[in-house]
Design a binder for this molecule. Sequence first.
Ligand code: MN
Length: 272
Amino acid sequence: MCPPKTWCWNALKRYDRGLIRPLRAPRPARLSTLFISDLHLCAGRPQIQQTFFRFLEREARGARALYILGDLFEYWVGDDDLDDPFNASVVSALARLAAGGVPTYLMHGNRDFVIGDAFARASGVTLLPDPSLIKLDGQAVLLMHGDTLCTLDTDYQAFRREARSEAWIRNLLQRPLAERKAAAESLRRQSEQEKRAKAVEIMDVAPAEVEDVLRRYGYPRLIHGHTHRPARHVHAVDGHGCERWVLADWYRSGSYLSCDASGCRAVQLDAT
Ligand code: MN
């Protein structure tokens, strides 16, 4: 195949020195990190559950990592409910992703903050504190659920402080499972009604709190959910332009944020 031997040898040397490039240069792996939140999974919304499972098998399967930033479940009343068939199906779908080698992180939301170590072990996820500062492609990224940014909602913040105490959680988990489930249902209905009654601004993040947080953490990119108002905001804080991505909920269809070295983009998933 080779004409004169010397030609081959010279070509090889030039190839070695990088003078000849292969026609198809190997593409650098551009794996994305994916972020989702506010799925509010429950047995009553099977289509969203299917969308989520499909997302885990397709998009998430090729990701560098998956971050779930709270409210994966409509409510979670304790890890002793892992045997519930619906919960078990979600846990095994997550475990399949983890077994496929995709690191999966879970932050508590305001609906599922009693998710504990037994859940993490069964699903293969790593629990993340809220907030968490991570490094992504050399950039600092602050991850939050987002409820702590809504400081204008003083009633909620008071409840949150109480409900996150060890004593409150211990007290909750001591109650019978059926009772906890019934209480979660009624609490959910109550919160729906309260949400309708509250002013729109109170339910959103407080801009001053967002700026404070960005300042405190050294002007990172911020990614959070909770408000169900998907958007990209840019905050000018002390002369730094900080990007803030708000993740979408999964009520009508699924969606995720995909980030790599070139930046982030929000992607909508088709409903199943
Ligand atoms: Mn929330």
